[in-house]
Design a protein around this ligand. Structure first.
Ligand code: 3AT
Ligand code: MG
Length: 336
């Protein structure tokens, strides 16, 4: 593998304020949060009439604090109904919502994650509702807890997500990575800085434990006690962004390494038995899910898209190293 021990450009700090400005422009306004809450309450009312014990949970970027302005909202219906199959629940849910004041209600029962889609004409928000996907609710809480430890995580992740969308490498159906995968990459990167900017919450004494789908999820969640954790590390967001892209362009070992926020370390593909292609899982870039540890978030990546991804990491690293105006060039839309 290529290892270029390159010195960071000397004027990197001068770029910091423009990246902070970009971050601020991506953060949603408070009124948007209020609209989301309003919609969830009205959906919960409709659902409760039919299923008094069912509960709606927000998950994904509207709840993990990594959501940009105008994202779709992800909702999970938690329900114990042993008489109905998941598809039947979704079809019934679609009926219930149709009779409320909602538009474009559609049950997608054959999708990889089956959902009901809808649009709320009052707020203009679009929403996807899945059923009993509680692991996603728990990983949403983990991401949110990490975000509260050091503000540089949100800054880095917003900018990386913005880059990924501009460059069209945030499209899992095209073989590139999900937003969730990019946030895990950012957390891992900050766990490995020296001094570390983030701890490894799953390696600390557990203060939060839930079991979902036979998976025990447990970690230290008193993050208010960790506010000063990263204080000894003074790296700016521009410096971290430079380091992030250099890591994925020139230092990550794509042949042997798995990144794992669960352990806060790099683990080997051999240890996970991720060295061979099994079915469609090729393990060309390996990102371990923190709870469902047999799940590689990189499994969507194929031999074409890995090339695209790595070229984009190199492009970003080189722009941050050499370009005169990185905060513009980095996000220039990809044109085929
Ligand atoms: P966007 O801002 O919507 O792009 P997001 O964080 O909402 O970012 P997604 O809509 O892709 O991301 O996914 C919604 C949530 O579903 C995020 C995470 O809690 C969960 N999730 C997504 N992909 C996976 C996965 N492959 N494995 C486990 N959980 C996942
Ligand atoms: Mg989402």
């Amino acid at each position: 593998i290529q290892r270029r021990a390159i010195q960071c450009r000397h004027d990197i700090e001068a770029l910091n304020s423009s990246f902070i400005t970009i971050f601020k422009s991506l953060v949603p306004a408070e009124e948007e949060k209020a609209k989301q809450k309003e919609l969830i309450l009205s959906l919960q009312n409709l659902v409760t009439k039919e299923w008094p014990n069912a509960k709606l949970h927000l998950y994904g970027s509207c709840a993990n604090s990594f959501g940009v302005s105008k994202s779709d909202i992800d909702v999970c219906l938690a329900i114990d109904d042993h008489d109905l199959s998941k598809s039947d629940i979704l079809l019934k849910l679609a009926d219930i919502l149709q009779s409320g004041n909602l538009q474009n209600v559609q049950a997608l029962t054959r999708a990889r994650v089956p959902i009901v889609k809808l649009m709320d004409p009052d707020t203009g928000l679009s929403c996807d509702i899945c059923v009993n996907n509680l692991l996603a609710v728990v990983n949403t809480k983990l991401l949110k807890d990490y975000a509260q430890i050091d503000e540089r995580l949100r800054q880095l992740a917003f900018i990386v997500k913005h880059w990924a969308r501009s460059r069209r490498v945030n499209e899992t159906y095209q073989g590139t990575l999900s937003s969730y995968a990019y946030v895990l990459m950012c957390i891992h990167f900050l766990q490995l800085r020296r001094p570390a900017i983030l701890p490894c919450l799953q390696a600390m004494d557990a203060t939060y434990t839930v079991t979902v789908e036979n998976t025990k999820c447990t970690y230290f969640d008193r993050v208010e006690k960790l506010h000063a954790f990263g204080a000894r590390n003074k790296e700016s967001i521009a410096r971290l962004l430079w380091g992030f892209f250099h890591y994925w362009a020139y230092h990550h070992d794509y042949t042997d390494d798995v990144i794992s926020i669960r352990t806060g370390t790099i683990i080997s593909k051999r240890a996970k038995d991720w060295t061979r292609r099994i079915g469609n899982d090729r393990h060309l870039i390996c990102i371990e899910d923190p709870f469902d540890i047999s799940h590689d978030l990189g499994r969507v990546v194929d031999k074409y898209s890995i090339k695209i991804l790595r070229e984009e990491f190199e492009r970003a690293a080189d722009i941050l190293q050499y370009d005169l105006n990185p905060s513009v060039t980095l996000f220039q839309p990809y044109v085929p």
